[in-house]
Design a protein around this ligand. Structure first.
Ligand code: ADP
Ligand code: MG
Length: 728
């Protein structure tokens, strides 16, 4: 082992876990740093409290005078917690969160000062936003951006800063962030679902989408991570030969959590408690040093904020413990990747989970309605669903052998499949009394039982029904959940609107009873969306063939997948529902394509550097050692030397071959990048990066990894896979 690696590993092994003392019960500190309902009651005037609650529940506007009262209360609370600054906290399209801190402190002359935080500062801010991606919106409209308070996600204190969740929009109204379209989509599904719920219960006034995410990640010693320029700069290893032992023994999954990692998790969980992120489960994942953390589910907007905040907090807490968190979907080739399952459901203000079993036949018909409409929505928009999770990093995971395929399909389990089969045979038009009774008793009536027992899990499905929710499993671990959540809620809202129209139409024109009309429409939906249902092994080759026959898309790369975001159909749905207008859709597409290009460009540069500046020089050094050896043998044995130097000479040749291949491929890659950089059209540019530049990564890597196996371990400068994965 090289001395460099040896010291990094020794240092890492010598690090002691930071023991985390939990002095208080978690339930006592939960939400301690959140300006939630309790705190509002305490710190706000009655009028201000009522007004905020009305804004949260009914989306009413808060007037300026009341905003002043609210900001004053918020400031008092924050100061009581030692806070000095405030920030508008938002989620620009860079994928990170953004904040700019301003002090409460304000000098008022004569050497005196006060702490000030007015309603205006709470409600709206103008960050210098010119350097956030906007996909040409600003150029087109010369608009400046501003952030505006989102009262539905409570303010919180992190460190000594009061953070106010906000949306980020252009002055001309276009969304420049993830939250704005999500809020619009949630409004759309609320409206559409309430209308459909009224068939079953007139008391339903509001429907909330819920989200429970599960965050997977790798935890790597900070020193070791820093020893790899690829991990430092791209979040993943761009080369590295597989470790002799990987995950094949399955000895990590659900195993004992190593102590240093455990202390990290405890520390992280404490921070989450204070911030009101209700984390509940933690466990080892399949790969070594891979873990998962999941909260109790929450209203989707809040859950999205929590996930974005969590990713920040994870980074910060990791620093304290000398770890680096790898969120990348595929940090190590040949080792399990990371995802972020999005569990999704809908629930009413009357406390009913619309994707859960009900108590009466009517409420179970309601379940079927939402269940089948969701399937139909995914069926009709499978390409858009695929696009909602597309990213350069997720491309490594989708379609790779231990991850969901790039084909979107829905898994519902055997028993629900049987239910749909029976429903498919419902008579066209009016139902006989016998048929109605039969449906109620033998089909709808059995649903509670079936759902209770829906343990049939298919781990290979990208979108699975799991008893009382759908689980969107193909979401990447680096993703902002707002992206898939916006798409899912929008397409389901769109579908529910369509459904309502069709049912009403049958009632009005054919004189069908409400439940007859519903059964009839659902029957048609089942027939039309059958193609998306798949119960088999999603990882198998057979499925790729079958899916192709069924006409399902299989977009393996981001540039290909993203096109669905700007199809006529998508633009229309988003426009009709007021989620994104055409300009917004187009600009988002451009941003995501550009991000893809930048991503591959950076990886290409880093790989080129490592190959030329680390790998090749090391190989040359080793080759020189071999040459010296051969020369020595020749000195001793004269013309007989070949008998003893044969292996060495073969190695010398092999090394030269690999060096030659690395150099020529790196040169090729640089040239392909140059060519791609000259392309103006973003579609063609992304295509060039995807199909001309990226494939060379594999070539270069192949020869580097071969050299890793040939070259003396003493000389190899890069921390190896086994050292990254098994040191903790
Ligand atoms: P796994 O997928 O790891 O087996 P589970 O099936 O237990 O885990 O999924 C649990 C996740 O589903 C939790 O994070 C939980 O918060 C979430 N969840 C449970 N019910 C709902 C719901 N109604 N809406 C959204 N998410 C939910
Ligand atoms: Mg899951």
């Amino acid at each position: 082992m090289s001395t460099l690696r040896f010291h990094a590993i020794k240092k890492s092994l010598n690090k002691k876990p930071i023991k985390i003392e939990e002095k208080e019960r978690r339930s006592n500190i939960f939400c301690a740093n959140v300006f939630n309902e309790d705190k509002m009651r305490q710190y706000l005037t009655k009028e201000a409290f009522v007004s905020v609650m009305d804004a949260i529940v009914n989306g009413t506007k808060i007037d300026r005078v009341v905003a002043d009262h609210i900001s004053t209360g918020m400031k008092e609370w924050a100061i009581s917690k030692g806070v000095t600054h405030y920030t508008h906290w938002f989620q620009p399209l860079t994928g990170a969160t953004a904040e700019k801190h301003d002090a409460f402190f304000e000098p008022i002359g004569n050497g005196r000062a006060i702490e000030k935080f007015g309603g205006g500062q709470l409600v709206q801010q103008e960050p210098d936003a010119s350097s956030f991606p906007n996909g040409g919106i600003r150029n087109t409209f010369e608009a400046r951006g501003y952030t505006a308070w989102d009262p539905t996600s409570p303010a919180f204190v992190y460190g000594t800063t009061l953070c106010i969740p906000t949306v980020f929009v252009a002055y001309t109204g276009e969304a420049l962030d993830y939250k704005t379209p999500l809020l619009r989509a949630l409004q759309a599904i609320d409206n559409a679902a309430v209308e459909v719920c009224k068939y079953f219960d007139k008391n339903v006034k509001k429907v909330n989408a819920s989200l429970g995410w599960e965050q997977e990640y790798f935890l790597i010693d900070r020193g070791l991570a820093a020893s790899r320029p690829d991990i430092q700069l791209t979040g993943r290893t761009l080369l590295g030969h597989s470790s002799a032992k990987g995950q094949q023994l399955d000895d990590h999954y659900f195993g004992t959590i190593p102590n240093r990692a455990m202390q990290y998790m405890r520390d992280l969980e404490t921070e989450c408690m204070l911030l009101g992120i209700p984390v509940k489960t933690r466990h080892n994942e399949v790969a070594p040093n891979q873990f998962e953390l999941a909260p109790v589910y929450d209203e989707a907007n809040l859950a999205v904020d929590h996930n974005s905040l969590l990713m920040d907090v994870m980074d910060k807490v990791a620093e304290r413990h000398d770890f680096k968190v790898l969120f990348h979907e595929k940090p190590f080739a040949g080792v399990n990747g990371s995802g972020k399952h999005n569990n999704w459901s809908l629930s009413t203000n009357t406390g009913v989970n619309l994707l859960g079993p009900g108590k009466t036949p009517m409420s179970n018909l309601q379940f079927l309605t939402f269940f089948i409409n969701t399937i139909k929505a995914v069926h009709d928009n499978e390409e858009l669903v695929r696009a909602s999770i597309a990213s350069a990093s997720n491309d490594h995971r989708l379609g790779a052998n231990e991850a969901p395929p790039a084909i979107i399909s829905v898994f519902i389990g055997e028993q629900l499949t049987n239910v749909l089969d029976e429903l498919q045979n419902v008579t066209n038009g009016k139902l006989s009394p016998e048929e109605k009774t039969d449906l109620k008793l033998n089909v709808v009536g059995k649903i509670p039982e079936i759902l209770l027992d829906n343990t049939d899990r298919n781990r290979t499905s990208p979108f699975a029904f799991t008893g009382n929710k759908f689980e969107f499993r193909a979401v990447g671990s680096t993703a902002n959940c707002a992206n898939p959540m916006t798409v899912l809620n929008t397409i389901v809202a769109n579908q529910l609107i369509e459904f309502k129209k069709e049912v009403d139409n049958l009632i009005d024109t054919k004189g069908l009873k409400k439940d007859e009309a519903i059964f009839n429409i659902l029957r048609e939906y089942i027939k039309k969306s059958k193609n998306i249902l798949f119960e088999g092994n999603g990882y198998g080759e057979a499925w790729e063939k079958e899916a192709k026959k069924r006409g399902l898309s299989n977009h393996k790369t981001t540039p290909e997948a993203l096109k669905a975001k700007v199809s006529k159909k998508t633009i229309k749905i988003f426009e009709d529902l007021g989620v994104l207008n055409k300009v917004e859709s187009l600009s988002r597409y451009e941003i995501e394509m550009e991000e893809y290009v930048l991503h591959i460009q950076i990886e290409g540069r880093v790989l080129g550097d490592i190959a030329r500046n680390h790998v090749v020089p090391t190989a040359v050094r080793y080759q020189n050692m071999l040459i010296e050896n051969v020369k020595g043998l020749k000195e001793i044995y004269g013309n007989d030397f070949k008998k003893f130097a044969k292996q060495q000479m073969t190695l010398i040749e092999e090394i030269s071959g690999h060096i030659e291949s690395i150099n020529s491929n790196v040169t090729k890659m640089i040239n392909e990048r140059k060519t791609a950089n000259h392309i103006e059209d973003i579609d063609k540019k992304a295509d060039a990066y995807c199909n001309k530049v990226k494939p060379l990564f594999n070539e270069i890597r192949y020869h580097c990894d071969k050299l890793e196996l040939l070259v003396d371990d003493e000389l190899w400068p890069l921390t190896k896979y086994r050292e990254l994965l098994f040191t903790n």
